[in-house]
Design a binder for this molecule. Structure first.
Ligand code: BJW
Ligand code: ZN
Length: 250
């Protein structure tokens, strides 16, 4: 067993003292569960596609069945994975802090499965399906035809995942809650995101401008790295449990 990483005592004390904590997570937080990030090459059949190019309304218009199948494959993969220590550390932190909000860019539902309850999903959820024409939610759908996605029972439009693609608006309530939490918090954790996709990438900046201590957890540098107060350089599944344990040893 390798040693747990050392957390600066001043950071542990700041987290312990914080009354309001906000957390932003991205795909890297699910990486140790075996969920590929958007930058990772995807496996097998999907290796030849750039995930960021499939996650657009144009891709769905051009080839709805391809995009439907990509999400169906990801949904099936998620049935076989479990939350990792990063998810559990965030859920444990929620129970320690008086005012807490997790804003996740992830659509995989792993935060909820690890016990997080005070969270908003900025980019929707892969578990939900809606109509691409009338937006009606679909609780169930027929198996897709060979060349197109299943259709909406209300209007006949193609069904699509209820996620936020590039050039689409984020759910307003989730975005508002995340912005408010970022502007009000004492300490902001940003974990496992490349911090390149807006408006989520602005949240740490709102927090910093409002005077919060901003902590980045990522094995790689990001555009935020030079601007945050602290950097925990390593995997979220190691760093987040170490940080929470250092702040709340009791
Ligand atoms: C680990 C790790 C480990 C690995 N531990 N870490 C302002 C300025 C410029 C552009 C824009 C702007 N406002 C809007 C835009 C346009 C666009 C945008 O941001 N483009 C940029 C690329 C420049 N934004 C939008 O279109 C948004 N809509 C919007 O703003 O509407 C208003 C508007 C419309 C039109 C014009 C202007 C304004 C919507 C964004 C929706 C993003 N959707 C996706 C798909 C969701 C569904 C799905 O899952 O398929 O969301 S794209 C994808 O990126 C997904 C992710 O949530 C998101 C962020 O990615 P994330 O999570 O950061 O993952 P990666 O893979 O990029 O990074 C992984 C990180 O983990 C890396 O750093 C690793 O090092 C790290 N890591 N292992 C910790 N073990
Ligand atoms: Zn419809």
């Amino acid at each position: 067993m390798s040693q747990p990483p050392t957390i600066a005592p001043s950071l542990a004390a700041a987290l312990r003292a914080a009354r309001r904590v906000a957390v932003l997570t991205g795909a890297g937080v699910s990486a140790e569960s075996g969920v590929p990030t958007f930058r990772d090459a995807h496996a097998g059949l999907w290796a030849k596609y750039d995930p960021r190019e499939l996650a657009t309304p144009e891709a769905f218009e051009r080839n709805p069945k391809l995009v439907w199948d990509w999400y169906a494959a990801r949904r099936a993969m998620l049935a076989d994975v479990a939350p990792n220590p990063a998810h559990f550390a965030i859920a444990a932190l929620e129970r320690r802090v008086p005012e807490f909000l997790l804003a996740t860019q992830n659509v995989d539902g792993l935060h909820q499965r690890s016990g997080s309850t005070k969270l908003v999903e900025l980019h929707g959820s892969i578990a939900r399906v809606k109509c691409s024409r009338c937006a009606a939610p679909a609780a169930r759908w027929d198996a897709p035809a060979a060349d197109e996605p299943p259709r909406c029972s209300a209007c006949g439009g193609f069904l699509r995942p209820d996620v936020v693609w590039f050039y689409e608006l984020l759910p307003a309530a989730a975005q508002d809650a995340a912005e408010k939490a970022a502007r009000r918090c004492d300490l902001f954790l940003v974990a496992g995101t490349s911090a390149e996709v807006y408006p989520a990438a602005e949240l740490p900046e709102h927090a910093q401008r409002a005077g919060a201590r901003v902590v980045e957890i990522n094995p790689q540098p990001t555009p935020l790295t030079g601007r945050v107060t602290d950097v925990l350089r390593g995997p979220a599944g190691v760093m987040l449990p170490a940080l929470v344990a250092a702040a709340f040893p009791d």
